[in-house]
Design a protein around this ligand. Sequence first.
Ligand SMILES: [Zn+2]
Length: 145
Amino acid sequence: MDDKIEKPDGEWRRVLSPEEYHVLREKGTERPFTGKYWNTHGEGVYRCAGCGLELFVSGAKFDSGCGWPSFDAPAAEGAVATQEDGSYGMRRTEVMCPRCGGHLGHVFDDGPTATGLRYCINSAALRFEASRSANISEKGNEKPG
Ligand SMILES: [Zn+2]
């Protein structure tokens, strides 16, 4: 991944919503159960809200109960970047977009599936793109009636 995207701060502020800017550029965390995608089950891909890079696919998403979109693996090897994060007195592993450097969330090693990983990602850092074949979209969550 060598086609890195770098923009001045003012440009990010212009292209991102305040919530997206706070998460991606200021390493913010949205409040649990408030994001767009924590309860999304449609088929498709989750792209970086900053630069559009494909980060996760719906097949890796699972209900962790934590209130943020959770995945057991990235879309591909190297689809996300990680680094140690010692903020708030905790030792965590930060997950970032490898192309624009945007903060996405954290990854924990207590995942329930074979990968053992739980990528806990802010909805505001993601843009969901429903796959065309399964044209259900995220509205598939809504209960009839
Ligand atoms: Zn990005």
